[in-house]
Design a protein around this ligand. Structure first.
Ligand SMILES: [Zn+2]
Ligand SMILES: [Zn+2]
Length: 547
């Protein structure tokens, strides 16, 4: 599949999911990649935290790949860079703050400039990659330097929004105005590839300025310590919290390494220059609690993050009865249980909790319907391609685009090859796509034998049967059985004895020469015992030793 005289769009991640964004554009034999993100594992991948996109399709064509262009610094857009970019062997392009975050990630993995070429593009800057001319267009988002890309090609102009919202009073950055976006639309846009995250939100996301006012209302006049937890990457929120500290006469304490890193990277890129001086933990312990504002990681219930440890009393910073914890963040679906555990630990200590359900202490970084409608009105594309959403978000987004007068809307899945031009936009084929997991320090397919086995082990447990045969192929000694993760508890000895008996009975029926059948019979026999005892069907391994 080499792009001919045509313009193709191919998502390898992020279509049908919120996370792991990887978008390819193809034209006249060449490809470019926009974003290279990762996502977090769900409980179907025991022992795994990070999930990466499978790039086999483009790795096989890496000679035709001209570069990876990153829109902004969120993990679902840059998180796979340290794992996968070196193998692609192509240059990366990012604006200064995003590049700073990437540089730190590469350093963590021991990757230097010799391994990966990282080019810093100034805000609003442009670059030419083969038939593609890309121009960064600033948009508001929940991290500094949220960018859309205008991609001019021989077949027309694309507007790839990246993640965005409208905010006429952002605390960081200068997003493009309605006039600037309208001017882009006036020049004619073939296709808009757009964020679907909040398509079900009937209201606009709201301004960061309103969060400052909401936090001021919650904290002003409050006695005792106040702790605010938020996403570390939300540097605009850090800016807001610096102002809230000043507004409410409190001093800032930072708890969490990722917050410290973001502050450093943001300040190096010229942001947060007026952030107040940070109090040390020792100074915080001596300070008047009424004058403290702790900013902590852990809003998603991450067990090792500062807030979880503070809630457990396992941190240098302490909270006491009557103190307040404010969740200036949303609950990411799937994290409710972990967040609930931390909130219960806080509640048990008599600490009050305020979330965005009780007060206006958070705004989203993604566009609600009024914002999407406004953007379609300004850009007026011929084709809408929803991405950055689950299927239900993307289908609803396609309907919204049609209602906004967009003539064509196409909903891709990961691997869909969409021909955007020439001729009517249509699905032109399908490329292999998939997921990889980072398991310890090994990267392997999410549907590999290892992960399938891991899942079965985690859910069903394991029985290991060892049979010993002598040189005349006679079963000798006792049959040994080991049980791991099978719910027999104090009855284990009796259970193992019955398993051994069943295994021995089965083994005596089949000659050793028919080894495969022997193993199968033994497995069936011990699994039957396990099912009778526990109702579970554990994995079973049969080991045959000769003496
Ligand atoms: Zn984002
Ligand atoms: Zn995103």
């Amino acid at each position: 599949m080499t792009p001919g005289d045509e313009l193709l769009f191919l998502p390898l991640g992020g279509a049908g999911e919120i996370g792991m964004n990887v978008n390819l554009y193809g034209c006249r034999g060449k490809w470019i990649m926009v974003d290279l993100g990762m996502t977090f594992a769900d409980p179907s991948l025991p022992g795994v935290e990070l999930v990466l996109p499978d790039l086999a399709f483009i790795e096989e064509r890496r000679r035709d790949l001209l570069g990876v262009v990153l829109t902004h610094g969120h993990e679902d857009h840059i998180g796979a860079v340290p794992y996968l970019a070196a193998d692609l062997g192509v240059p990366l392009y990012a604006t200064p703050f995003t590049a700073g975050l990437i540089r730190h990630k590469l350093d963590d993995e021991g990757l230097g400039a010799d391994d990966i070429e990282l080019n810093v593009v100034p805000l609003g800057g442009a670059l030419q990659l083969g038939p593609f001319r890309l121009t960064y267009v600033a948009l508001a988002h929940s991290i500094p330097e949220g960018n859309a890309l205008v991609i001019d090609t021989p077949y027309g102009r694309l507007f790839h929004t990246g993640d965005w919202k409208l905010d006429d009073r952002p605390q960081i950055g200068v997003p493009s105005t309605a006039e600037e976006l309208t001017a882009l639309g006036d020049q004619g846009v073939l296709a808009m590839v757009c964020d679907s995250t909040n398509v079900f939100n009937p209201e606009a996301s709201g301004s960061e300025q309103a969060v400052r006012e909401g936090l001021d209302r919650v904290i002003t006049g409050r006695r005792g310590r106040v702790l605010v937890t938020t996403f570390a990457s939300n540097a605009a929120r850090l800016q807001t919290l610096g102002q809230v500290a000043a507004d409410t006469g409190r001093r800032i304490v930072i708890a969490g390494r990722s917050l410290e890193r973001i502050l450093r990277v943001a300040q190096a890129a010229g942001y947060l220059k007026d952030f107040p001086e940070i109090l040390s933990f020792e100074a915080a312990a001596r300070a008047n609690p009424d004058q403290l504002l702790i900013v902590a990681t852990g809003a998603q219930g991450e067990p090792r993050a500062a807030l979880s440890r503070i809630a457990q009393g396992d941190h240098q910073l302490r909270l006491e009865r009557g103190d307040l914890v404010v969740y200036s963040s949303k609950q990411i679906p799937g994290n409710e249980l972990a967040i609930g555990r931390v909130q219960n630990a806080l509640a048990a200590r008599g600490i009050e909790i305020i979330t965005d359900r009780q007060a206006h202490v958070h705004v989203s970084g993604h566009p609600g319907r009024p914002e999407l409608e406004a953007m379609y009105g300004w850009i007026r594309p011929q084709i809408a391609v929803p991405v950055h959403g689950e299927r239900r978000h993307m289908e609803a987004h396609a309907r919204l685009a049609r209602d906004c007068g967009v003539p064509h809307a196409l909903v891709p899945v990961n691997g869909s090859i969409l021909r955007l031009a020439p001729g009517p936009a249509a699905v032109a084929g399908h490329a292999p796509s998939g997921r990889l997991v980072v398991d310890g320090e090994v990267i392997l397919p999410a549907d590999s034998t290892t992960m399938n086995m891991r899942r079965k082990l985690a859910s069903s447990g394991l029985l290991v049967v060892t049979l010993v045969f002598d040189r005349r192929e006679r079963l000798v000694g006792d049959v040994a059985v080991l049980a791991r993760g099978i719910p027999v508890e104090e009855d284990e000895t009796d259970f193992l004895a019955e398993c051994a008996e069943a295994a021995e009975g089965a083994a005596r029926k089949v000659p050793l020469a028919e080894r495969r059948r022997l193993e199968d019979e033994v497995k069936v026999a011990v699994r039957r015992v396990a099912r009778q005892w526990t109702g579970k069907k554990p994995l079973c391994d049969v080991q045959i030793l000769s003496v």
